[in-house]
Design a protein around this ligand. Structure first.
Ligand code: M6R
Length: 479
């Protein structure tokens, strides 16, 4: 059916858009209007970012594509259209009303476009984690005097004191960060907290109210499952805060408040520095919630803030395990399956280690809570099936040691991540990777680093394209 004959391009697109179902990001050109591009964002799958140049304009699906050309950008939201010429950009809504585009200077670094001395973006991003953490920590806390500054919480800040329950969601690596976040909210703000997969959450009519804080984690801010789950949470009246690495992304527009990470752009499909920085952001948000709810004394708040000071250096120390991880990779890189085990805060680390290995090396890997092992997975153990166990100082260590011994008793090879100087010699028959000691709640961050390095080394030895793993997209904008 012809719906838009003879109309100006943007008007034709607007009328057409009103008749479409589903989520779309559309750009249209017409021979009748040379030099004009009309764009429309409909729904949450797929963004449109506008870049302002000198006598030229850019349109892209992702901020990263614009950074080599311009730092002035505007993001289209659901139901917004734009008419672009080389010298202008005009916004129009689905209702035909004009609106002002929210043009802003992005803080995302242009330096990200280069791999520099590194062969891959992923390795570069693993190696720059201390700096990414330092930038994120510096942006969220001060050490002298100890204080928190979550400057983008907006109106959400004043509602934190009334929060009675927290749900954290995300997908993939961001979900693993969210699992740690839930533990932080419980430990630091003494509030019931749970982590959920956003794609499950959005379809199950969750019971929420205005005293529920929903925290979404999405480095891109454009994962469609996360955006749609946030819409469900908002519609149910929950307070929503998002953790984002991308200024102006869709999640930040939907949420009542945002905590930004300062990881710089992440180009590798496998998320690394954005995981660590998201975990720090969740830790700081949990401190803010604890402060607002009165569950943290000034002294303990100062202690938790102070613990962040040595984190970048400790993660730098963990990067020093790269050569050892490579040597282990040489011996184990041809195995078909891996098991990753952790308890407590180390369980999400095990999940993350398994995800990293499978997505870039295509080796089958499972992340399990170590206590679950005897309920089934132990049947898999034999001399061909390696287990990576996180047995750092606070990771319910004696229980983990006993789980490791159960694996070894069945001839399973063990690679154990432990804390330097804290029982490093307890596992004589295992490959032991020692990481620097940090405060208990921050241990997952240093323990994750050798798992990233191990996955990277194995993938490289197997000749995999780590920056472009098969079947994967950096940002998942379809269901
Ligand atoms: O941009 P997001 O944080 O929302 O992305 C979520 C996941 O798609 C992402 O973490 C994915 O699991 C990565 N490939 C993991 O390395």
């Amino acid at each position: 059916e012809q719906v838009a004959s003879g109309l100006p391009l943007v008007e034709a697109l607007r009328r057409t858009a009103g008749r479409l179902e589903g989520s779309h990001a559309i750009l249209a050109m017409s021979a009748a209007e040379p030099g004009v591009i009309a764009g429309a964002r409909l729904g949450n799958a797929g963004g449109i970012v506008l870049g302002y140049g000198e006598g030229e304009m850019f349109l892209a699906s992702d901020l990263a594509a614009l950074l080599p050309h311009t730092r002035t950008v505007a993001f289209l939201a659901d139901g917004q259209l734009v008419r672009v010429t080389p010298g202008s950009a005009d916004g129009v809504g689905l209702d035909g009303e004009a609106f002002d585009l929210d043009a802003r200077e992005t803080t995302a670094g242009a330096e990200v476009a280069a791999k520099g001395e590194y062969p891959t973006y992923m390795l570069k991003e693993i190696m720059e984690q201390p700096e990414a953490l330092a930038d994120t920590i510096r942006s969220l806390v001060s050490f002298e005097p100890p204080s928190l500054h979550l400057n983008h919480l907006g109106a959400a800040h004043d509602r934190l004191g009334a929060v009675e329950r927290v749900i954290v969601f995300g997908m993939g690596t961001s979900l693993h960060a969210g699992m740690l976040g839930a533990r932080y909210f419980e430990a630091l703000a003494r509030v019931p907290a749970a982590a959920e997969n956003a794609s499950e959450f959005k379809y199950r009519e969750p019971v929420l109210d205005r005293h529920t804080l929903v925290v979404s984690v999405s480095q891109s801010g454009e994962s469609v499952d996360v955006i749609e789950a946030m819409a469900v949470a908002k519609a149910a009246g929950a307070l929503t805060i998002t953790i984002s690495n991308t200024e102006g992304a869709q999640t930040t527009r939907v949420a009542d408040g945002t905590v930004y990470t300062r990881a710089g752009q992440e180009r590798g499909v496998a998320s690394t520095k954005c995981f660590l920085t998201a975990v720090v952001a969740l830790y700081v948000l949990a401190l803010e919630l604890g402060r607002s709810r009165g569950t943290l004394s000034e002294a303990s708040l100062a202690g938790y803030i102070g613990a962040l000071a040595r984190l970048p250096a400790a993660v730098g120390g963990a990067l020093g395990t790269a050569a050892q991880c490579r040597e282990i990779a040489v011996r184990f890189g041809a195995r078909r399956d891996f098991l990753f085990l952790g308890r407590g805060l180390a369980f999400p680390v095990a999940m993350e280690g398994a995800l990293k290995l499978k997505e870039i090396s295509y080796i089958h890997a499972e992340g399990y809570a170590a206590g679950e092992m005897k309920h089934g997975p132990i049947a898999l153990i034999d001399e061909a099936f390696p287990t990576v166990a996180i047995a750092t100082k606070h990771a319910l260590r004696s229980k983990m040691i006993s789980n490791i011994q159960q694996v070894q008793a069945r001839n399973g090879p063990v690679i154990a991540v432990v804390t330097a100087g804290a029982g490093e010699d307890d596992l004589p028959d295992a490959d032991v990777i020692a990481v620097p000691e940090v405060a208990e709640l921050l241990e997952p961050l240093v323990a994750t680093v050798p798992l990233q390095l191990l996955a990277y080394a194995i993938a490289e030895l197997r000749g995999c394209d780590v920056d472009h793993p098969r079947n994967l997209a950096k940002t998942v904008t379809v269901e």
